[in-house]
Design a protein around this ligand. Structure first.
Ligand SMILES: Nc1nc2c(ncn2[C@@H]2O[C@H](COP(=O)(O)OP(=O)(O)OP(=O)(O)O)[C@@H](O)[C@H]2O)c(=O)[nH]1
Ligand SMILES: [Mg+2]
Length: 730
């Protein structure tokens, strides 16, 4: 075993040779064996001993991860290897598989050029397998396949040799179908995996063996022999003829692209700036001598160093002491330290050149997704999280003296994981923390208690609803409290193509910048004058300035934007976020004296116009849904279908594989937030396994809406009866 400092010393020598670098993430459905596999690669690089690989789960270094034996965040680690007499660096990221931590996978895809997709052949392709593969394709990271846990085919399913081969072939075919479906068109064929081209390995991470065509040839073994050895349980021999580290390593190096190859097609995909510019050319060619450009794909915290940005360097080199422009910020910031990630630790170095992954200390304002550059360049495309927070808990410090500490802790947690949303309820003063699911929130609670040492009291989980309209209303007048300023607004639903484009990331939240943003909105269904008039996008709603020649409009624009953002964050019906609404200001009269058109006048005026308009249009509550994949023995099928339907669920698909049935259903989060686990366990004597995925928002059934709205309003300390438009027209 060698010290990590030694490993770093060795790899800093190779870091400049871009052909000898691979940036790779390990991705899979939950528990398919990513961290176990990662251990074997760490052992090969000398960081842990071979004997404990698969047991220590080195990249699960957080206390919660050890307790629960599951990964909850991405962990980056840089490793050096010698292969075919050349030295290589693999910048490896072990990602979490649980759907609640899917944001970490999405973000890591920005940093890597390739992925090892791990699949358990007994479970097969699971919902998260498809999701993570799709995400890697979206960022143009090339896949290879590792079929793990193949021991289970024999020990648990007791398959014959033929059946085993057939199952493996089916699995490879199914993975290829997904690749064909999701890969960038130009790679749909090229990226398919096969045993023949060495992009598939089969083995067992726990037993530390794996074969690929290359290693079979090298060690003169056959699938048949492997099958027999597995049947006999001769693990030492298996490890000898099919060493997992060698198999996976050669597969990564031979099949996955170097930064030189990858950046040539990834940069035009991820960055919409001018490719002919100095910075464009530098990134396309991974020029380490050019100006530095990097993208932050993660933030982590450390007791001593504080906030650390994790970035992929696309050109130039990050060096200690350099000044950087962080996208969206006015002032440059100084990089205090540069390091190489070694899972929980970092080893400081002087510089890290293009094509690698770096730990950056000192860039306080950097957020996930930000572009860091020497010249101020066009920022990289936004990293879009497909899943939305659907569950909220109110969190308060047991001891009110801890409140400031709690606010700071929640800020840190949501900065490190932007899929966590934190906000303060204006009326109750409660801190509302929203996440992807109950586990996500439970982990936050545990971290507050164990890492930040804050005792907290939390509410029952609450569903995150949204408010929207499907009709047009207005122009409706909104007056300022002093009645001197008036805004006339039309409220109407945004085209679905527009909100889809927001999900895709082609339209971003914030103030649209430049012609490209206008073009994207036209493409997404707005007419040209409307698109040109868009002044802000917030909470998936749009504010358009459609006025002509109104005096002082420009002077109050920032206040109008503030008022709009406030209004759509707290909709009129139940104070839930709005979604998919376009507000167009078509006319206005504004007081000439700045004293009479300050925030206290303009913000309520625009809010009144929006609230009255949205209420007049007829506002609906949207509820989040989850897609469930429920695997059960056949005998429970009818009970489970009845249960799903009893929870307002819709059965989408039923698949049968021998004695096992897999039911796919779409169920409102409100119906599963409490008791689902108990209900399903009770009905199946604990024999059900289920997975959930975010499945979008749907309009609530009319007969339930009123009741739910009243409940939400009551909880928020509001009068139970929702307001009427007239209340905002006085
Ligand atoms: N039978 C068998 N079990 C395995 C194998 N590899 C891993 N496991 C077990 O599968 C479980 C999950 O392993 P992990 O490596 O933590 O899986 P993971 O994909 O990292 O899990 P998450 O990161 O939480 O999604 C552990 O109990 C492992 O021991 C294998 O080859 N065969
Ligand atoms: Mg793991």
């Amino acid at each position: 075993m060698v010290r990590k400092e030694y490993v770093v010393e060795e790899i800093t020598k190779i870091m400049g040779n871009i052909d000898q670098i691979r940036n790779v993430a390990i991705i899979a459905h939950v528990h398919h064996g990513k961290t176990t596999l990662t251990d074997s690669l760490l052992a090969k690089a000398g960081l842990i001993s071979k004997q404990v690989a698969g047991d220590v789960l080195y990249t699960n270094y957080e206390a919660i991860e050890k307790d629960r034996r599951m990964t909850i965040k991405s962990a980056a680690i840089s490793l050096g290897f010698t292969y075919k007499e050349k030295d290589y660096i693999i910048n490896l990221i072990d990602t979490p598989g649980h759907v609640d931590f899917g944001g970490h996978v999405t973000r890591s895809m920005r940093a890597v050029d390739g992925v090892v997709l791990v699949v358990d052949p007994v479970e097969g392709i699971m919902p998260q397998t498809e999701t993570v593969l799709r995400q890697s394709m979206k960022e143009k990271a090339k896949p290879i396949l590792f079929i793990n846990k193949s021991d289970r085919l024999l020990t648990e399913l007791r398959l014959t040799q033929e059946q085993t081969f057939q199952r493996l072939l089916d699995l490879i075919n199914n993975v290829n179908k997904l690749i064909e479906q999701y890969a960038p068109i130009e790679f749909a064929d090229k990226w398919k995996v096969s045993v023949e081209n060495n992009s598939v390995a089969i083995g067992s991470a726990m037993r530390r063996w794996a074969i690929s065509k290359r290693t079979m040839e090298l060690h003169k073994t056959t699938m048949k022999e492997i099958f027999t050895l597995t049947e006999k349980g001769d693990i030492p021999k298996l490890q000898e003829v099919a060493p997992i580290d060698e198999t996976i390593l050669s597969m990564i190096i031979d099949n996955l692209p170097s930064p030189r190859e990858a950046q040539a097609y990834r940069i035009p995909h991820l960055w919409k700036g001018d490719l002919e510019s100095v910075d464009g050319k530098a990134m396309l060619s991974v020029d380490a001598k050019a100006k530095t450009n990097a993208v932050v794909f993660g933030i982590s915290y450390d007791q001593q160093a504080g906030e650390i940005a994790i970035a992929r360097v696309f050109s130039g080199a990050v060096k200690k002491g350099m000044e950087f422009q962080v996208s969206g910020q006015n002032k440059p910031e100084r990089l205090q330290q540069v390091g190489i990630f070694m899972a929980a630790d970092r080893v400081l170095v002087d510089e890290i050149p293009a094509g690698n992954i770096a730990a950056l200390i000192g860039l306080k304002s950097a957020n996930v997704g930000d572009t860091i550059s020497e010249n101020s360049i066009e920022p990289f495309e936004q990293i879009t999280h497909y899943s939305k927070p659907v569950v909220t808990k109110a969190v308060e410090a047991k001891d009110s003296r801890d409140t400031t500490k709690l606010i700071e802790a929640l800020r840190e947690l949501s900065k490190a994981d932007p899929t966590i949303e934190v906000r303060i309820d204006q009326d109750t003063g409660e801190h509302l923390v929203s996440g992807m699911g109950e586990l996500h929130l439970e982990i936050i609670e545990t971290k507050l208690r164990d890492e930040f040492k804050i005792q907290v009291i939390t509410s029952e989980p609450i569903v995150v609803y949204q408010e929207t309209i499907d009709k047009k209303a207005g122009p409706i007048e909104g007056k300022s409290p002093n009645k001197h300023s008036k805004f006339y607004c039309i409220s109407e639903p945004l085209p679905k193509t527009f909100t889809d484009a927001m999900d895709e990331g082609t339209i971003r939240e914030g103030k649209p910048k430049g012609q490209a943003a206008v073009d994207a909105m036209i493409k997404a269904g707005l007419d040209r004058p409307t698109a040109k008039g868009v002044v802000d996008i917030s909470s998936r709603c749009v504010l358009v300035d459609a006025t002509k020649g109104v005096q002082y409009m420009h002077e109050v624009m920032e206040l109008l934007i503030d008022g709009f953002e406030e209004a759509v964050k707290d909709g009129p019906l139940a104070r839930e976020k709005c979604n998919g609404i376009m507000i167009s200001i078509v006319d206005a009269t504004i007081h000439e004296d700045p004293v009479h058109r300050g925030p206290a006048q303009i913000i309520p005026a625009i809010r009144n116009a929006i609230y009255a308009g949205v209420l007049t249009a007829g506002v609906n509550l949207l509820e989040p849904k989850q897609k469930f994949t429920i695997n059960i023995p056949q005998e429970y099928m009818s009970d489970i279908i009845t249960m799903v339907q009893g929870k307002r669920g819709q059965v989408l698909e039923i698949n049968q594989d021998r004695e096992q049935v897999s039911i796919i259903a779409r169920i409102p989060v409100a119906e599963v937030i409490k008791n689902f686990s108990n209900d399903i366990r009770g009905k199946t004597q604990g024999r059900a396994i289920w997975y959930t995925e975010f499945a979008g928002y749907d309009k609530m059934p009319a007969e339930l809406q009123n009741k739910v709205v009243r409940e939400i309003r009551k909880r928020k300390g509001q009068p139970e009866e929702p307001p009427k438009p007239e209340q905002f027209l006085e």
